[in-house]
Write a protein that binds this ligand. Sequence first.
Ligand SMILES: Nc1nc2c(ncn2[C@@H]2O[C@H](COP(=O)(O)OP(=O)(O)O)[C@@H](O)[C@H]2O)c(=O)[nH]1
Ligand SMILES: [Mg+2]
Length: 334
Amino acid sequence: MPASPPTDPAALFEAARGGNQAALARLLSLVERGGPLSRAVAGLAYTTPGDAYTVGVTGAPGAGKSTLTDRLVTLARRVGLDGGDRVAVLAVDPSSPYSGGAILGDRVRMPSHALDNGVYIRSMATRGHLGGLAVAVPDAVRVLSSVGMPVVLVETVGVGQQEVEVAAATDTTIVVVNPGWGDAIQANKAGLLEIADVFVINKADRPGARETRRDLELMLDLTELGPWRPPIVETVASTGDGVEELWATVRQHRDHQIAHGSLAVQRRRRMEREFRQILLARLSEQVDQVLNAGGVDDISQAMLDGEVDPYVAADRVLDRVLPPGPVPPVDSPD
Ligand SMILES: Nc1nc2c(ncn2[C@@H]2O[C@H](COP(=O)(O)OP(=O)(O)O)[C@@H](O)[C@H]2O)c(=O)[nH]1
Ligand SMILES: [Mg+2]
């Protein structure tokens, strides 16, 4: 039996950096749970960020994301980005019936890596985390990076705005679609087209891959693209066909970003968005606290009595939640 992990966040980080997977699991559970300890963990991860390259795999349920991720883990181990590397997988699935204890569930689903200590697989739910997925997942990814994981794969279900935002928050985002009429168009509707760096037509052993490729190309033609046009790779995840090409494409995308200086720019932009999410979550929490504590009952009563309209009432509440201070006006021209 390995020694049980410490409980202090700094000690947990030290143990996790030394390869103690129980300590790493505890760190991620703390992040998942939210609360003061979660903030301590997030703070330590942020100030010692590590250097992970993150790859997102997203798409509709059943598209083959997990099967594909499993294959990519093998390649990340064997060839990595600059040679074989350790790899972490974060499976984000809010519909997942299990939460913190899901490691076993995923290991069962990825038996090919069950005995490999260089692979860390974890699924994540975010009950109770202030800010939800959009804040918890980047924190978890930073924890994995901070303990020295060079490659982090993030599997998300690309359904719903929040999930799509989470999926977009990776260095290379792979969008998985399937052959068949309309699948690419569904992906477009879900907002997945905009966030794709690489498209995968998985289940290319089924009819319709050519039509799906044509749909994707057409939609890309109609999109304003930067210097990188997302390549389309066909895979059969269940046999491994095309997966090496997919990994090579991921590496090309990384090299492209480094060559164009866009990796650092994108990361900064993501950090700004994340900061905004944290601010929103904090404000929302403050508003709830004020409302629950009855601190603005006079204002809401005035509104209910028809003396002020709800917008004026909201302004008055905001003046209490956010007292006017030296913050520059939000409507300043940019
Ligand atoms: N025919 C075929 N089936 C596949 C392929 N990739 C995955 N599957 C199957 O599709 C189902 C869903 O796969 P899974 O990876 O769990 O999808 P996820 O929900 O996107 O993670 C499973 O039964 C897989 O075995 C493929 O390339 N071809
Ligand atoms: Mg899956």
